[in-house]
Design a protein around this ligand. Structure first.
Ligand SMILES: [Fe+2]
Length: 238
């Protein structure tokens, strides 16, 4: 599996708290056969999570080299918190797309509806940036609101599932949503959203993989777990 969403970079957001912790997380990835990981630290405007790619460059390069030595490819991006300022933040070079591609990982508020999500995504799409909605199964405000996700998909927005949702990591609602979104072909990627070596998410990967294969079949599962990740890395169309 290739992991599109994670918080491995030490001391930049609420993810890894030290370089030692990053190493333990990488060891867990290696032990469970994860070959490629996008490091996607939070960028939340007007919060304590506003480090730019430039500010994170030195620590990212260091961790990337360690990962490479272990046999894991890592790449940089942000998990950007949705706001009307995304486009200007991007133009100012403050937020990063995934590996400098056209694809941007974006989260929306967890428990409340944001009235202008579609307008913001539309604006990005019209400027050539393809939003990837992080963990659609986790937004309680949109529980069972399949029309919302269909509308986004029709606009050209892609979606990334947190695979631990499939085995109940975030509760029964998220598990149900995860399975339904897969069933309706709305998911293009998976990620761990790993924040700590104590999360024990990769331990759930094998079971999650089997569920994905069972719902979408072998061929589509490979697209979701491997091929679409590479298309992002090489900035190819999906
Ligand atoms: Fe995240």
């Amino acid at each position: 599996m290739k992991d599109l969403h994670s918080h491995f970079l030490p001391n930049v957001d609420d993810g890894a708290k030290s370089e030692e912790m990053t190493l333990l997380m990488l060891k867990s990835a290696l032990d469970h056969g994860v070959t490629d990981i996008l490091f996607t630290p939070h960028y939340i405007v007007d919060s304590r999570f506003e480090k730019t790619k430039e500010e994170n460059r030195a620590i990212f390069e260091k961790m990337k080299n360690v990962a490479k030595f272990m046999g894991i490819n890592v790449y940089y991006g942000n998990e950007v918190y949705c706001s009307a300022e995304i486009l200007s933040l991007y133009k100012e070079g403050k937020i990063a797309t995934l590996n400098n591609s056209r694809y941007m990982l974006i989260e929306i508020p967890m428990n409340t509806k944001m009235h202008n999500v579609k307008e913001i995504f539309f604006e990005l799409l019209s400027h050539g940036i393809v939003p990837i909605l992080a963990h659609p199964e986790r937004y309680t405000a949109y529980y069972e609101d399949y029309n919302f996700f269909y509308d986004l998909r029709k606009m050209g927005v892609l979606m990334q599932l947190n695979f631990p949702s499939l085995v109940g990591f975030y509760g029964r609602q998220a598990e149900k949503m995860a399975k339904m979104l897969l069933k309706y072909n709305l998911i293009s990627f998976v990620g761990s959203d790993l924040h700590s070596n104590r999360d024990e998410k990769y331990e759930k990967m094998e079971k999650a993989k089997n569920i994905i294969v069972k719902i979408v079949g072998e061929v589509n599962a490979k697209e979701i777990m491997e091929n679409n990740f590479l298309r992002v890395i090489y900035n190819q169309e999906i």
